[in-house]
Design a protein. Sequence first.
Length: 278
Amino acid sequence: KAKTKGRNRYEFFDEALNAKNRERNLLEKDIYCAIERNEFHLVYQPIWSIDGQHIHSIEALIRWQHPTRGLISPADFIPITEESGQIIAIGEWVIKEACKFARKISLEGGTPPSISVNISSAQFMKGGVVEIIKRELENNNLKGANLIAEITENLLLSDQEDIYLQLKNIVALGVELAIDDFGTGYSSLSYLKKYPIKRLKVDKIFIDEIVTDVDDLALVSGILSLANSLSLSTVIEGVETQAQLATLKKLGSPMIQGYLFSRPIKEEQMLELQRNNV
Ligand code: C2E
Ligand code: MG
Ligand code: MG
Ligand code: MG
């Protein structure tokens, strides 16, 4: 009897897996037309000084407006594009769009905040991303300082000379490197010494329970002092409540990004917000 039950469970599992694969393949097909059909756009989320007084930088985040399924989250399609290689074209489009936006921001006058762009490890594995960044900076009359490249720890895990060189070349353009989702990857801390990293973005999972969980509090406090000793700047991601903010203020955290201050917003709204940014 147990055997039958077990087999049924496998069949059920198989079916669920097949459904998931079918769904994945359907999305992959749709993604092929998505760029041409203008279905992608970027939204922008400000990264604020902890006092909420000014916008330090702005993260560009991709959105996919699917013709029949509606808005699809990057968490649901970026991994597919990384597997299929579609991320190469999409990633190039993102850099282009983000630089166009940075240009608009810089035309507003004042000291423009840098635009922070997520760059997938796959784009570095394939190569050519440094040239794309260089070209788009030039095309839009930007300085390297107008851009921040967000990479993940996993990129540094392989410790390849070629990746190291690409990152060095990006930094040579004046672009800052930030480690996204810091603390969630599989890397060792030694990369902080080897690579020209300027900024850590502390992942939301450490913040969710920071008010009640002393371990999370200790971890974030530790990350902040580590960053401080290494002269790295830090952004705390996913700050949603006043209580979290108060805790982070006590820890002396410099910058925060989260729904409490702003959700990701459309370009026009972001430009409007920036006009009031001093
Ligand atoms: P990420 O780079 O860590 O971006 C931060 C994510 O956290 C964004 O989700 C943002 O909307 C969300 N977030 C910010 N503050 C809060 C908060 O207070 N509460 C909650 N619940 N969420 C908050 P989003 O836009 O859905 O993006 C998810 C991930 O998809 C990004 O995580 C990034 O890994 C990836 N992604 C987004 N855009 C791009 C892109 O242009 N290229 C690549 N390669 N990946 C991208
Ligand atoms: Mg990011
Ligand atoms: Mg992040
Ligand atoms: Mg994240």
